[in-house]
Write a protein that binds this ligand. Structure first.
Ligand code: HEC
Length: 135
């Protein structure tokens, strides 16, 4: 490879250590994303817990369209990525989403994020396991 020979020309060690470093980085990268990439929860338990979300997000997480009353209108969650669901819920909980009181729909979800169900990390994981298995 051209780049390899150029790097070898600069220093005989550079390419090897660069390559090893890259491999090492990729391993860390895999380790870093794998626990968050998939839901570790139980989808059966998630289905039960999800019933408290269904009023706004639909019986099967399909979401509600603009015809639904605004106070019972939530976006589609079925089939969403686990990391995104996890991150969104966390953001409602820590005030990074729905921090503006005039954000009416955001406030709805923030209220929900503060309930007992979503206060437990394991419950969030169960719900995520259920939702990511839906289409
Ligand atoms: C009272 C209605 C309501 C209930 C009940 C409700 N939500 Fe929501 N949810 C919303 C609304 C409205 C939004 C969009 C808020 C916004 O604009 O930020 C939302 C947004 C979300 C989002 C972010 C979606 C995205 O695409 O960014 C997630 C994740 C979520 N809800 C999960 C849940 C879960 C899990 C439950 C049940 C434990 C639940 N919600 C219960 C109304 C509700």
């Amino acid at each position: 490879m051209k780049i390899q020979s150029r790097l070898n020309f600069l220093s005989p060690c550079t390419f090897k250590s660069l390559r090893n470093f890259t491999i090492l980085l990729s391993c860390f990268h895999l380790l870093a994303i794998s626990p968050g990439a998939f839901a570790s929860g139980d989808p059966k338990l998630g289905e039960q817990l999800y019933q408290s979300c269904a009023k706004c997000h639909g019986a099967l997480g399909e979401g509600k369209n603009a015809e639904a009353a605004w106070a019972a209108r939530g976006p589609k969650l079925a089939g969403q990525h686990a990391w995104y669901l996890r991150e969104s819920i966390t953001k409602y909980k820590n005030g990074l989403r729905a921090y503006e009181p005039s954000d009416r729909t955001g406030e709805l979800m923030k209220g929900m994020a503060m309930t007992v169900i979503l206060s437990k990390d394991e419950n969030i994981e169960h719900i995520i396991a259920y939702l990511t298995n839906l289409n």
